[in-house]
Design a protein around this ligand. Structure first.
Ligand code: ZN
Length: 387
């Protein structure tokens, strides 16, 4: 959870008016001024339902709460292809549904722009230039009026192409059945003044830093390199901001990592909620997901469930910033509910965290093993791993 301002049912004021107007532009609520003007705009049941519908359609967690992630997604959703000129801005990628529409068009026509993530990155620019060269438009990598016109003149010939998924698989196969030389980024959630979910013994930030260190140690023992996205934040853990999701993704991209593993715990008002879940990049609305992310998340999920008695909450596609902005396959593991007495008792036990770390590293190894050399789930032990 973020400590930034969030809006939910029952709130009112100018920010709620702005949220409602964004939802109205998307056709999710009727566009009408509240009586008395924007100051009295209320986050009512209609707004709540609209926010949930929006989150559902954008691969986000459906909770009806407008925090920074939902707010940004609402902001991006207002752009339609042709509304503005889009191009590559290295330090601050242009983002929006218009960029996603452009990417989908390029993919449909056979130009490999990577995945459809709504971010105008370097691959989008390269494939746009290629498209421009093909249709005789100035190949400047900028999607302006001439390019919109060319895009509109071309009817879709190929639909549902997944060159990115194929390329991802090829990269994994070329890498060979060994962990040696791989660079894995291990990302303990939160940090600094942000402790994440509070626990009776240890908070989420400390627990996940410890788990990350155990994963790092095992990865290093297999001959791969592992970097953590943050330090332990001790002894003065009350000061300093935690890196944002985008900063963590940027770190992994700049390092040229092969994989990213983000570690978190869950919380729920109902102490009965428990179990382990994994998440990979995917967006129902854009109809795309990371093929290797899906496979890797499934492997992590199976290895953890085979070695522990945590409830299996399965793998799911989500478009969280960390999963969306990383250029390598990435998985976010919610290793249990710290608000559940059973899960919490397991997580605070260092021996249990060792088992989790072993499961994660076994999943990494399995990702690089050809199918015929793969061992049975839950039985791969670290000494067997090839180095
Ligand atoms: Zn967390």
């Amino acid at each position: 959870m973020s400590s930034k301002r969030t809006y939910r049912r029952g709130d009112s004021g100018p920010a709620v008016a702005e949220i409602r107007s964004k939802l109205a532009v998307l056709g999710l609520i009727p566009d009408e001024e509240p009586p008395g003007g924007p100051l009295t705009a209320t986050f009512d049941d209609v707004t709540d339902r609209a926010v949930r519908a929006f989150q559902q359609g954008h691969g986000m967690r459906v909770d009806g709460v407008v925090g920074p992630a939902t707010y940004h997604a609402l902001d991006e959703a207002r752009w339609r292809l042709g509304d503005r000129i889009v191009f590559y801005v290295p330090a601050r990628l242009m983002a929006g549904d218009d960029v996603a529409a452009l990417q989908q068009r390029l993919l449909d026509m056979g130009f490999d722009c990577g995945r459809v993530d709504g971010l105008f990155g370097v691959e989008t620019e390269q494939s746009l230039r290629e498209f421009q060269r093909n249709v005789g438009v100035v190949a400047d990598g900028t999607c302006g009026p001439a390019t919109f016109k060319a895009l509109n003149q071309l009817t879709r010939t190929v639909v549902g192409g997944t060159p990115h998924a194929m390329r991802e698989s090829e990269a994994i196969n070329r890498a060979g059945p060994t962990l040696a030389g791989k660079l894995v980024i291990v990302d303990p959630g939160h940090g600094g003044a942000d402790h994440g979910v509070a626990g009776d013994v240890l908070d989420e930030d400390d627990l996940m830093y410890d788990l990350a260190s155990r994963v790092e140690g095992r990865l290093t023992a297999t001959g791969s390199s592992a970097f953590l996205t943050r330090g332990p934040d001790r002894p003065n853990r009350s000061s300093g901001a935690a890196p944002s999701e985008a900063e963590r993704a940027g770190f992994a991209n700049a390092a040229g990592a092969d994989l990213l593993i983000s570690l978190h715990v869950e919380a729920h008002a109902n102490p009965g909620a428990s179990g382990v879940a994994t998440y990979f990049y995917g967006n129902d609305r854009y109809g795309h997901h990371s093929a290797i992310g899906l496979r890797f998340a499934g492997l992590v999920q199976r290895e953890i469930c085979a070695r522990t008695d945590l409830v299996d909450l399965r793998s799911h596609p989500l478009s969280w910033d960390l999963l969306r902005r990383t250029r390598m396959p990435a998985v976010r593991i919610e290793t249990g509910y710290l608000t559940n007495p059973g899960d919490a008792a397991r997580l605070v036990d260092p021996a249990f965290r060792d088992v989790l770390a072993e499961a994660v590293v076994a999943a990494v190894q399995r990702l690089y093993l050809p199918p015929d050399q793969d061992a049975e789930t839950g039985f791969l032990r670290i000494p067997e791993l090839r180095v």
